[in-house]
Design a protein around this ligand. Structure first.
Ligand code: NAD
Length: 258
């Protein structure tokens, strides 16, 4: 039995991943705002620290894998705090417990939205680890209305993907024998997208931004199964990758530009 810590375990991709692993007999420690083993707010430094301390305690000091799914897409400053700092700071705090495992693995959920127009200034502030500055930039974007405010989301995911790329080959991660990767989904049918996809206009808007020639909108299982493989002991060398599991959206939009 492996011990998994899963953030965002109360809904959508995180809930499906947690349920699938529990059904397979693994031990899962869920973190979410509500309805989880650990109820914590990952938008704040205190919330991250207490979640990490509690997860370390509940796992008796040994965590085999962390799967970070918690995230929000609203055009508000909290989006950079949850989606970037809520992942990177939590993971860093869980490093000692991961190092105690003989096959530690980590996977995070980014998004194909990381390819959408974003704020390079916000991306850089996040990667510099400067949360107050990142929030200040995000406040400026949010104040310009929902359309520009939306760019906080792609910025948070662009920064997260880049962090994975950089951190994965560092002493902390590769040096500790921990494969660290990201999965970038297309349009997944979860509570995050329910409202947007409820009208033909919303659906048209989403589909124009996220073209999915292979099998169209995807189930949370389509992401969960990949997260589970990435964090299994079968993955010994896949590191630093952002895997677009998106029905061909990235191949459509980026084409040869890789
Ligand atoms: P969801 O809304 O169903 O689940 C997200 C979970 O994160 C919720 O349970 C929520 O309570 C939790 N969460 C939010 N803020 C939190 C906080 N401050 N502290 C702790 N937990 C918090 O959404 P989902 O579709 O399952 O999204 C999971 C991940 O997948 C997110 O990172 C999202 O950005 C990403 N993603 C989703 C899609 C999609 O189309 N649904 C596409 C690409 C990427």
């Amino acid at each position: 039995t492996r011990t998994y810590v899963i953030t965002g375990s109360a809904s959508g991709i995180g809930a499906t991943t947690a349920e699938t692993l529990r059904t397979r007999g693994e031990k899962v420690i869920g973190i979410d705002l509500r309805n989880a083993d650990i109820e914590a707010d990952l938008s704040t430094p205190d919330g991250r620290a207490s979640a990490a301390a509690r997860a370390t305690q509940l796992s008796d000091g040994t965590i085999d894998a962390v799967i970070a799914c918690a995230g929000i897409s609203a055009p508000i400053p909290a989006t950079i705090s949850v989606n970037y700092f809520g992942v990177t700071e939590l993971l860093t705090a869980l490093l000692p417990a991961l190092r105690a495992s003989d096959a530690p693995r980590v996977a995070v959920v980014s998004s194909m939205a990381s390819l959408q127009p974003n704020s390079p200034e916000l991306v850089d502030a996040a990667l510099a680890g400067d949360e107050p500055r990142a929030i200040e930039i995000a406040e400026g974007l949010a104040a310009q209305g929902a359309l520009i405010g939306y760019s906080i989301y792609p910025s948070s995911k662009r920064a997260l993907s880049r962090w994975v790329r950089r951190a994965s080959i560092s002493e902390d991660w590769a040096g500790s024998g921990i494969p660290l990767n990201a999965v970038a989904p297309g349009t997944v049918l979860t509570p995050m997208t329910t409202e947007l996809l409820a009208t033909p206009e919303g659906t048209q808007m989403v589909d124009a931004a996220v073209p999915m020639p292979l099998n169209y909108h995807q189930s949370p299982e389509s992401i969960a199964y990949l997260l589970i493989w990435l964090t299994s002991s079968e993955n010994t060398h896949l590191a630093g990758q952002v895997i677009y599991d998106d029905g061909g959206a990235d191949a459509t939009l980026r084409g040869d530009d890789i």
